[in-house]
Design a protein. Structure first.
Length: 95
């Protein structure tokens, strides 16, 4: 992947962007952090994920949208609200 320019350099990835859409698969989080479709034991902690998403907010253009995948219906959504908050985004729901 690195040979194709895909790496973990958030600053470089969002540099000089006019807008940023964040697609985040919650399956990368440790199961203690969130209920997910395919839990990843030893995955990112919630604190790690929030820190990295905060870096996206600071380094890139304005956040114009966020999509969370890998969620399960039994989740209460509080983890997604926390992740969205790290991006400075206020989530909304439809009932």
């Amino acid at each position: 992947m690195a040979a194709n320019g895909i790496d973990a350099d958030i600053d470089r990835a969002v540099a000089d962007t006019r807008a940023v859409y964040v697609a985040f698969d919650v399956d990368v989080l440790d199961p203690a952090a969130v209920d997910s479709f395919m839990p990843e034991p030893g995955g990112l902690t919630m604190a790690d994920a929030c820190r990295e998403l905060g870096r996206v907010r600071v380094a890139g253009g304005p956040i114009v949208g966020v999509g969370f995948t890998g969620t399960v219906a039994s989740s209460d959504g509080s983890a997604l609200v926390r992740l969205a908050g790290s991006l400075g985004v206020q989530p909304f729901t439809t009932q």
